[in-house]
Design a protein around this ligand. Structure first.
Ligand code: GLU
Length: 489
């Protein structure tokens, strides 16, 4: 990155934040939340949200793993404001920074081999580097170099202490005696994460580092590098990890953890933004529903909670239902049509419904389902005649005195109704209930079972209107035949 860009961003006072994932094959919801907090902070402050792919582990960082990150962010509309920065392309910069630290006396060469280090550690029981090579004379160093001995570059930790104000955890202080002379460049010449992250953040003009608090203990070390390089130290905010319900770190054991799984399971991006936005951050009240616009308007680092947030599956599922209920057909039409085709090829549906049928079902059921696909699984009765009837329902609602006669008469009533709107259907049913001196429930339940095969669902009158007269009459007759065949057995 050009030096002028680095300087101008620092002097302009513009907020610049970044999400810095390591491509590991999936995009964890915890990572997405970190990305989202950075994005919200940038938007709130009219700043820039950047992406740095930390792909120095060449074995794990495949193009596929990088695409998983980009696709996941694109799905959530969280793409960065500038081209992504690839850490692996910046190794020369990292090496140059380490060299500068060496020249300026902030780093030194360590010729100790791993075996030597291990042996001395074992003998002393002290795992901090014993500064063996800091005590080499210039002549000894030159001799080792002339002999072609390999070396790592270590930082020379100064005396004193490192203190910083963390946006979430408050004032932090570490005595330098507790910090190891950690490695900047390995014996094979590869920069360490500790060095690369600082050089990259400085070059990218990052003003605020908002990341998982598993990096909290790295921060004092990174501040030492900033100091040595004479770079401005950004503000830090370390976000507590996400826990599962058992209060252990959220992992595969708890269920889906990658954002791709949520997308494929039928969650809407709006749901995930709302859910993750309120996971460990709060606007100061206890609302459940918040839009992206409101998140941007209200987001501040002081609202990030310092205790770990618990990931509640039931809540994200409920929230998705809320968002589906607020979604117009036009927004999901294409997706629903694809899902309908899939459901037909999987045998869930007998044929592919047309767009009008799908819209009718959507308008009726969108406030009751949790996922788009529920329309073609749990609610498939909207598209195909039942071929089985719920067993419990059969005992409760079909095998009662009078049911066959009632259904027969109602089917005839429906055939001759002037119109088949919910209000007319309701009036016809209520009229018969009065006449037969039964509760309307006594008619509603068998009708529902006959027309849907199940015992629960949307309001019956609206459902019958949505199914349409022909379908309703046909299904009642099918059910009557079925009940009669049962009685004849
Ligand atoms: N690549 C690091 C990770 O995925 C993040 C580094 C940082 O945010 O400073 O944990």
């Amino acid at each position: 990155m050009a030096k002028s860009a680095e300087n101008s961003s620092l002097t302009s006072g513009e907020v610049r934040v970044r999400f810095a994932p390591s491509p590991t094959g999936d995009l964890h919801v915890g990572g997405v939340r970190t990305a989202l907090f950075n994005y919200l902070f940038a938007r709130h402050n009219n700043g820039k949200f950047l992406l740095r792919i930390e792909d120095t582990d060449r074995k794990r960082s495949t193009p596929e793993a990088i695409n998983v990150i980009l696709d996941g962010l694109a799905w959530l509309d969280l793409l960065p404001d500038e081209e992504p920065v690839y850490q692996s392309k910046r190794i020369e910069r990292h090496i140059a920074a380490a060299q500068k630290m060496l020249e300026d006396g902030y780093a030194y060469r360590c010729f100790c081999t791993p075996d030597e280090l291990e042996e001395r550690r074992r003998a002393s029981g002290d795992y901090m580097y014993d500064r063996h090579c800091l005590n080499l004379t210039e002549a000894e160093i030159q001799q080792k170099l002339a002999d072609g001995e390999k070396f790592a570059l270590r930082i020379r930790v100064p005396e004193g202490r490192v203190s910083f104000d963390d946006g979430v955890h408050g004032g932090m202080q570490v005595a330098c005696t507790e910090i190891d002379d950690f490695i900047l460049l390995r014996r094979n010449g590869a920069p360490t994460y500790m060095l690369a992250v600082v050089v990259d953040d400085a070059d990218m003009g990052i003003t605020h580092v908002i990341r998982g608090d598993d990096h909290l203990s790295n921060t004092p070390k990174q501040i030492l590098i900033y100091r040595a390089l004479g770079k401005r130290i950004p503000e830090f905010a370390h976000v507590p990890l996400i826990l599962g319900k058992d209060r252990k770190r959220l992992s595969k054991r708890h269920g889906a953890t990658s954002i791709t799984e949520y997308r494929d399971a039928g969650y809407l991006p709006e749901t995930m933004i709302n859910f993750l936005g309120l996971l460990g951050w709060s606007p100061g009240d206890d609302r459940d529903i918040i839009s992206r616009r409101e998140l941007i308007e209200l987001f501040d680092i002081s609202g990030i909670q310092s205790k770990a947030a618990v990931f509640d599956d039931a809540r994200v599922r409920w929230l998705n239902g809320q968002y589906l209920g607020m979604t117009d057909y036009g927004k999901v039409e294409g997706k629903l049509e694809r899902l309908a085709e899939d459901a037909a090829s999987a045998g869930e549906l007998t044929e592919v419904p047309d767009s009008k049928e799908i819209k009718t079902a959507w308008d009726l059921l969108k406030t009751r389902i949790h996922f788009l696909n529920d329309l073609f699984t749990d609610c498939r009765y909207m598209f195909r005649d039942p071929d089985v009837y719920d067993g419990k329902g059969v005992r409760k609602h079909f095998l009662q005195n009078g049911v066959v006669d009632h259904l027969q008469v109602l089917a005839d009533d429906f055939s001759s109704l002037g119109d088949f709107r919910a209000a007319s259907v309701e009036a016809a049913i209520r009229k018969r209930a009065e006449e037969w001196e039964v509760s309307t429930g006594k008619l509603i339940h068998p009708l529902r079972l006959a027309c849907s095969g199940v015992t629960g669902g949307p309001g019956l009158f609206e459902m019958l209107e949505a199914l349409g007269r022909d379908t309703v009459v046909r299904r009642i007759n099918n059910a009557l035949n079925w009940i009669k065949s049962l009685n004849n057995k």
